[in-house]
Design a protein around this ligand. Structure first.
Ligand code: S3P
Ligand code: PEP
Length: 420
């Protein structure tokens, strides 16, 4: 087993960090560009396992995606079959590609990592069936499955329960402009998580020329052409979490460069959450800085809008001067791993006190000791472990390379942050 000894913060930090592009924006740009009337260029695209898998999926469907060393260039084409798609462990790939592949004539098969085979897919497969696409699966609504399209999708009205993942909605909306009737998608069930990611989907569709109307739990996308052109990808603000949290935990300051002034990325909530935990946030219109003293406060926070932040914030909370509760995140049991169980197990293993709630986590800080921190093939468990390791000596992070799902440069960026 490969492990990485998470470094302690040697002194208060004073670092400036440049982060690679957003996974969620890169993958949406790829899907939209694939269906456009003319070629597109993606500036600042993220190169990581999840976006490389998305690019490979599009190529498998006959769409051109080329990395020219600086930008990614997409040559759109109607998707072709037969094809097979490796989803890896990417929620984006498994939920965004099937609605596009349904437009091909012939079979397209989907599979992924063993852990991907338990991530919720059922409502999306049911929706595709309701829209006239033939889907063969085990009957359990999970990977692996095979779609067989006729070269066109009728589209129309469909109702799903998207409480398991906002991506079930985003995936259907992103290809709906190419369906004969577009889509009128309705959600029925417990709330859909990750509202900012839905907003990102709607905004990017509109920017590509689609007509989208929304009302609570209803999305209408009209059929029509999509524009190609230039996509400028913002830095990944979910991946900013551990760097900005580092200033809170270790004291000093960390600046993330090129923070967008207005964004649909859920990581923007760090600006409100970190001050409640002891940080001080300033924004000069371009760069975002968090300053801290090393003294951390516990909080109660509903993270349903920003579930990707849960793991790093849980580590900050484990170092706080009082308890924390994070709620609204029952569905992260179906992320890369059961994240609530993983967090409780790892915090407990290191001498801490954490408990699962029906929809989240309660953390009661206690002195922690070193040990192996298991990461469950989950990139955000690596980032969380590194955050904890700033303050707790002897944290050995299992399989650090798994961070390559969204941030292959993580270990270098982290070391560099500590050495500045
Ligand atoms: O649309 C997206 O790009 C994402 C939506 C969210 O999924 P969930 O709604 O399943 O949390 C988020 O957690 C995931 O990392 C990316
Ligand atoms: C949940 C995540 O990813 P995805 O659903 O895109 O695999 C994540 O990046 O935290």
């Amino acid at each position: 087993m490969t492990t990485w000894n998470a470094p302690r913060a040697p002194r208060p930090l004073k670092a400036v960090v440049d982060l690679p592009g957003s996974k969620s924006m890169t993958n949406r740009a790829l899907i939209l560009a694939a269906q456009a009337e003319e070629p597109s260029v993606l500036r600042g695209a993220l190169r990581s396992r999840d976006t490389l898998l998305m690019a490979a999926a599009l190529r498998a469907l006959g769409i051109g995606v080329r990395d020219d060393g600086v930008d990614w260039r997409v040559t759109p084409a109607p998707p072709t079959a037969p094809a097979s798609v490796d989803c890896g462990l990417s929620g984006n790939v498994m939920r965004f590609v099937p609605p596009l592949a349904a437009l091909a004539r012939g079979p397209v098969s989907f599979d992924g990592d063993p852990q991907a085979r338990v991530r919720p897919m059922g409502p999306l497969l049911e929706a595709l069936r309701a829209l006239g696409v033939s889907v063969e699966d085990s009957g359990r609504g999970l990977l692996p499955f095979t779609l067989s399209g006729t070269g066109a999708v009728e589209g129309g009205r469909v109702t799903i329960d998207a409480s398991g993942s906002s991506q079930l909605v985003s995936g259907l909306l992103l290809s709906a402009p190419r369906y004969a009737k577009g889509i009128e998608l309705r959600h029925e069930g417990p709330p859909v998580p990750s509202a900012p990611h839905l907003e990102m989907t709607v905004r990017m569709l509109r920017e590509a020329g689609a007509t989208v109307e929304t009302e609570p739990d209803v999305w209408r996308v009209a059929p029509g052409p999509l524009r190609g052109g230039e996509y400028v990808i913002e830095p990944d603000l979910s991946n900013a979490a551990q760097f900005l949290a580092a200033a809170v935990v270790a004291g000093g300051s960390v600046t993330v460069r090129n923070w967008p002034a207005a964004t649909a990325q859920p990581g923007d909530r760090l600006r409100e959450l970190l001050p409640r935990m002891g940080g001080e946030v300033s924004y000069d219109g371009r760069d975002l800085t968090v300053r801290g003293t090393g003294r951390v406060h516990g909080i109660d926070a509903d993270l349903s809008d920003a579930p990707e932040l849960a793991q790093v914030l849980a580590m900050v909370a484990a170092l706080a001067d009082g308890p924390s509760r994070f709620t609204g995140i029952a569905h992260i049991r179906g992320h890369e791993t059961d994240r609530l169980a993983a967090l409780v197990t790892e915090i407990t293993r290191l001498g801490g006190d954490a408990e699962e709630l029906p929809d989240g986590l309660e953390i009661r800080p206690r002195p922690l000791h070193g040990g192996v921190f298991h990461t469950y093939d989950d990139h955000r468990m690596v980032m969380a472990a590194a955050t904890l390791g700033l303050a707790v000596p002897g944290i050995e992070v299992e399989n650090p390379a798994t961070v390559g799902k969204t941030l292959p440069e993580f270990l270098d960026l982290w070391t560099n942050m500590l050495e500045q």
